[in-house]
Design a protein around this ligand. Structure first.
Ligand code: PNW
Length: 529
C-alpha cells in the first residue's frame, strides 16, 4: 500500500478505538471561542484570478492580460485566460458557496470587462450584465456582496494612454468608473472597497516590476507617484459616493491595505527602529493619510524620500483625511526587520521574492523581474526604507509561499492598528489564508500534509484574543480564497483555495478545511481542542 494510504488507514483504525475526550473529564477540555454578535464571516476572490473569459463578450484587455502574456513574467507561463472559468460557472460557484455556509462574499469588478477602453462613455453591456447576475445570484442565495472596485486589472488602454497610475489623469478616470459602479450596483451592493492593497500595486508593480505593469525603471519616484495618485483616486471616489449615493443607498465604503507584522530582529534600539520604519513604509504609508488625522504621509518617509514623495494640497488633505468607513486589512505573515547591513538590495528582499527571481519557483526559468536589481545603489523606495529583512525569528513553519506561520503577529498587528488609528467602523479582515500543497486530489483527501486547518485555527484564535482580551474592534473576516486561483507571478502553482480546482477538468472539490470553516461560521464560534 502506498505510504499515504497506509497512514490514512491507520488513522481511521485508531480513530475508531479512541473515544473523544469528555468535556471537563480527564481528557483535555476543548475551548469554545465565540465572536461578537453580527460578526461578518465569508470568503474572497478577485476578478482576474478566477474569471477567465479574458477576451470574451466585449471585454477589453487589462494590464494583467498584457503582463501575463509576456513570456518570463509568470511562473510556468500561466495566465488568467481561463483559470477557473468562473465567468461561465458563476451560478454553480455561488451555489457551492451557499452550500459551504458563506454569508458574505468579497469579489472584484473588472473595469475593462465593463468599460473596455477605461472610458465610461464606452460601456460594454454584457460585462455589466455579468456582475448584475452575480450580485442577484448572491442575494438569492442569502450571501451579502462586498465589491472591490480595483483588484489590479486596469484597462490596458489607460496604461497606454497616459501611463496608468503614473498620471494624475488616472484620478478622474477612476472616479468616473467608480461612479458608474455605484449607479449600476449600489441598489444591491452595500459594502464597497475602492482599492485592494495599494502597497502591492505600487511596490510590486512600479518598484520591483514583478506585477503589472512590470515597471522597475525609477523605483525611487514611481512607487511614490503611483501611490499618491491611487490615494487621491480613492479619496475622490469616496467623496463622490458620500455626496451622491450614500444617503440613498445606505452603504459603506473603504479601502483595503495589506500588512505583515514586522518585529525587530533583536532588542537593540537600531533594530527596533528598523522594524518601526518597516511598518511606516508598508502600512502607515497608506494608513496615515487616511486615519492619521492630518492627511499626511509618515514623517519617516518624508524625511527619507524628500521631494520624491509628492505632497497633498490643503484641499486634498481634507479630502483624504477620514476617507474610509472601515479599515480593510489583508494579512498573511510576520517578518522581522533589522538595521541596514552592507548587503546588496537583492539580499535585502523577502526570500519568496528572491526565490522567484532566482528561478527556484519556476522550474528553472529565469523571470524578467530580475531587472530592477541591475543597480541596487540607485535611489529607490527600498533604499529609503533602509532595513534588512529577515524571516520571522520565532517561525518554525512556513506556507508554500515561504511565508512564516505566525498567528501571534496577527494579534500584534491588530493592536497596532487599533491603538494607532482607532478606525471608525472597525477593522474588517478582507483576506487571510495560506497556500498549502493540495497538488493532487489524493494529497488533499489524506489531509496529512495540509497545514490549512491548524493555520486558520491559529489565526482565528489570535484574532479572538485581540478582540476579547485586548479590546480591538474587529468586525469581520473573509478567508482568502474561495477557490484555488491564479496567484499572480506565481501562476497556478500556489493553491490558496478552500475549494480545490482541477485546472484540467475545472472540477471543484471542497477541501476538508471548507467543511471545518462552515462550522465556525454557522456557530460564530471557534472550537480549539
Ligand atoms: C494578496 N506579498 O496579494 C492579494 O490581494 C491576492 O490577490 C493574493 O492572491 C493574495 O494576497 C495571496 O498572495 C499579496 O508579497 C501579494 O507579501 C503579495 C504579497 C502579499 C499579498
Amino acid at each position: 500500500m502506498p505510504k499515504q494510504k497506509r497512514v490514512a488507514a491507520k488513522n481511521k483504525a485508531s480513530a475508531k478505538k479512541t473515544k473523544p475526550p469528555k468535556l471537563g473529564g480527564a481528557g483535555k477540555a476543548s475551548q469554545k471561542l465565540t465572536f461578537p454578535k453580527d460578526f461578518k464571516w465569508g470568503c474572497a476572490t478577485a476578478s482576474y484570478q478566477i474569471e477567465g473569459a479574458w477576451d470574451l463578450d466585449g471585454k477589453g484587455p487589462s494590464i494583467w492580460d498584457t503582463f501575463a502574456h509576456t513570456p518570463g513574467n509568470v511562473v510556468d507561463g500561466d495566465n488568467g485566460d481561463v483559470v477557473c472559468d468562473h465567468y461561465h460557472r458563476m451560478v454553480d460557484d455561488v451555489k457551492l458557496m451557499a452550500d459551504l455556509g458563506m454569508k458574505n462574499y468579497r469579489f472584484s469588478l473588472s473595469w475593462p470587462r465593463m468599460f473596455p477602453t477605461g472610458d465610461v462613455k464606452n460601456v460594454n453591456k454584457k460585462g455589466v450584465d455579468f456582475y448584475d447576475r452575480l450580485i442577484d445570484e448572491l442575494l438569492k442565495n442569502g450571501i451579502e456582496p462586498l465589491a472591490t472596485l480595483y483588484h489590479w486589472d486596469l484597462p490596458q488602454a489607460l496604461q497606454d494612454k497616459y501611463g496608468g497610475m503614473l498620471s494624475k489623469e488616472f484620478v478622474k478616470d477612476f472616479t468616473n468608473y467608480s461612479e458608474k459602479c455605484f449607479e449600476f450596483f449600489g441598489d444591491r451592493v452595500k459594502r464597497w472597497i475602492t482599492f485592494n492593497e495599494p502597497s502591492c500595486i505600487c511596490v510590486l508593480g512600479f518598484g520591483l516590476g514583478m506585477h503589472a505593469p512590470g515597471r522597475a525603471n525609477n523605483p525611487g519616484t514611481e512607487v511614490y507617484l503611483s501611490s499618491h495618485h491611487l490615494l487621491l483616486a480613492h479619496a475622490y471616489s469616496v467623496d463622490k459616493y458620500r455626496k451622491k449615493f450614500q444617503k440613498k443607498q445606505k452603504g459603506v465604503i473603504g479601502i483595503t491595505l495589506n500588512a505583515e507584522w514586522w518585529e525587530p530582529v533583536s532588542t537593540h534600539a537600531d533594530d527596533i527602529n528598523a522594524s518601526l520604519r518597516a511598518m511606516n513604509f508598508t502600512l502607515d504609508f497608506y494608513a496615515e493619510p487616511i486615519w492619521g488625522g492630518k492627511g499626511e504621509y509618515p514623517k519617516t518617509m518624508r524625511d527619507a524620500a524628500g521631494s520624491r514623495l509628492p505632497a497633498f494640497s490643503e484641499k486634498e488633505k481634507k479630502l483624504i483625511d477620514g476617507s474610509s468607513d472601515f479599515f480593510g486589512l489583508n494579512h498573511y505573515s510576520t517578518r522581522a526587520a533589522g538595521r541596514p547591513s552592507a548587503t546588496t538590495a537583492l539580499q535585502c528582499l523577502p526570500r519568496e521574492i528572491r526565490s522567484l527571481w532566482s528561478g527556484m519557483g519556476s522550474a528553472g526559468k529565469f523571470l524578467n523581474a530580475i531587472k530592477p536589481m541591475v543597480n541596487p545603489f540607485a535611489a529607490s523606495y527600498f533604499k529609503d526604507m533602509d532595513i534588512s529583512p529577515y524571516p520571522d525569528p520565532a517561525g518554525t513553519e512556513y506556507t508554500t509561499m515561504r511565508w512564516a506561520i505566525a498567528p501571534r503577529g496577527f494579534r500584534s498587528l491588530l493592536n497596532y492598528i487599533h491603538n494607532k488609528y482607532h478606525p471608525v467602523g472597525g477593522i474588517i479582515i478582507t483576506e487571510n489564508g495560506l497556500a498549502s500543497q493540495e497538488d493532487t486530489k489524493e494529497v488533499m483527501e489524506a489531509d496529512k500534509v495540509s497545514t490549512r486547518i491548524p493555520f486558520f485555527k491559529g489565526y482565528l484564535k489570535e484574532m479572538h484574543n485581540a478582540i476579547n482580551v485586548d479590546g480591538c474592534d474587529v468586525r469581520g473576516y473573509y478567508a482568502w480564497s474561495f477557490m484555488d486561483n491564479f496567484e499572480w507571478s506565481f501562476g497556478n502553482s500556489k493553491r490558496f483555495g478552500l475549494v480545490r480546482v482541477d485546472y484540467e477538468t475545472l472540477e471543484r472539490t471542497p477541501k476538508p478545511v471548507a467543511h471545518w470553516y462552515k462550522g465556525v461560521m454557522d456557530d460564530n464560534t471557534l472550537v480549539i481542542d
